[in-house]
Design a binder for this molecule. Sequence first.
Ligand code: ZN
Length: 152
Amino acid sequence: MKNRTRILAALALMGAAGMAQAAGNCTISLKGDDAMKFDLKEATVSASCPTITVELAHTGKLPVTAMGHNVVISKTADMAGIARDGIKAGAANAYVPKGDARVIAHTDLVGGGQKTKITFPGKALAAGGDYSFFCSFPGHSAMMKGKLVVTK
Ligand code: ZN
């Protein structure tokens, strides 16, 4: 009985440590500018986060029609296909193909001076998988992309 209590206490401690670690990696915060760039080339999140928050701030001045930015999260292998189909989906769909299972998460499209954010469950990602974040505005994904590292 005593041993069992000790094991439970140890498990509780491990759980608390796991949560504290996850809490530091549950937000992806990106800035996009008028030079068609994100401020990060790589971001790290934890698949054990109940909720992952993606924040995007457009620090430029150009309007959304000329220099719109969003953040799309997908497997790296799906990025080019989503970007291509996003252009077909057009401005009316903010350049994201509708109901596309390859899109794990995406923010709204914003213009200069605007901010947006979304949340999605960490369990949508697998630790160690090959993921990317990118902007699906036509022509932007060649430059506006980065690696999304997913930890446990
Ligand atoms: Zn963009």
